[in-house]
Design a protein around this ligand. Structure first.
Ligand code: GLN
Length: 192
């Protein structure tokens, strides 16, 4: 599979490395035309408001809103995918969830832990950095993982959103899940 990582801001190279470790081809995406060359897109962690500004500037916002491309967002990327963001306008409107930014409290701005994720056999290494959490998962959304009753991983059809940053560890299990269980399965279902 050819998997793109939106390369406007944030943890881009780390995701490329995980795509390659999972045995697939990773491409840094800087223009909307490149979207035609890929089977799935990763929206990295970083700063969602900065990413949104750059996405508007380079015409990604409209293009991705109208696209069915499978997408996987981590942290800021999850915020970009959500249909509702507490206290501000939403971005790509793909995942039927409400997210709250920076919601894991000031004193625990960052932490790392082992986490069980539905669909993945072994626990994954999860790094949370000023992480959002999913306040509510609405119709059509499957909850894949929670931390202290807070939803931190969800899937809806070909979209995957998680609060934390697997790309900052060497654990590429979630990337493998995205590519092999979501992107590949989605292609099988598409009429040719
Ligand atoms: N706090 C950031 C935001 O709201 C997300 C943090 C991250 O991606 N590590 O966009």
């Amino acid at each position: 599979m050819r998997i793109g990582v939106l390369g406007l801001q944030g943890a881009v190279r780390e995701h490329i490395k995980h795509i390659e470790q999972a045995g697939h081809e990773g491409i840094i995406i800087k223009t909307v035309n490149q979207l035609n060359e890929i089977d799935g897109l990763v929206l990295p962690g970083g700063e969602s408001t900065t990413m949104r500004r750059l996405m508007d500037l380079y015409h990604f916002t409209e293009t991705l809103r109208n696209s069915d491309l499978p997408m996987y967002g981590t942290c800021a990327g999850l915020i970009l995918l959500a249909k509702e963001v507490v206290g501000q306008e939403s971005h790509l409107n793909k995942l039927n969830v409400v997210v709250e930014r920076n919601s894991f409290g000031r004193q625990v701005d960052s932490f790392e832990q082992k986490l069980d994720v539905e669909g993945i056999e072994e626990a994954v290494n999860a790094v949370f950095i000023r992480a959002p959490h999913i306040q509510s998962a609405r119709e059509g959304v499957e909850v894949l993982s929670t931390v202290e009753d807070r939803i931190v991983a969800v899937r809806q059809n070909q979209y995957l959103g998680i609060s934390f940053h697997p790309e900052l560890t060497d654990d590429y299990k979630i990337m493998k899940y995205f590519i092999e269980e979501i992107v590949e399965q989605y292609q099988v279902k598409q009429p040719h």
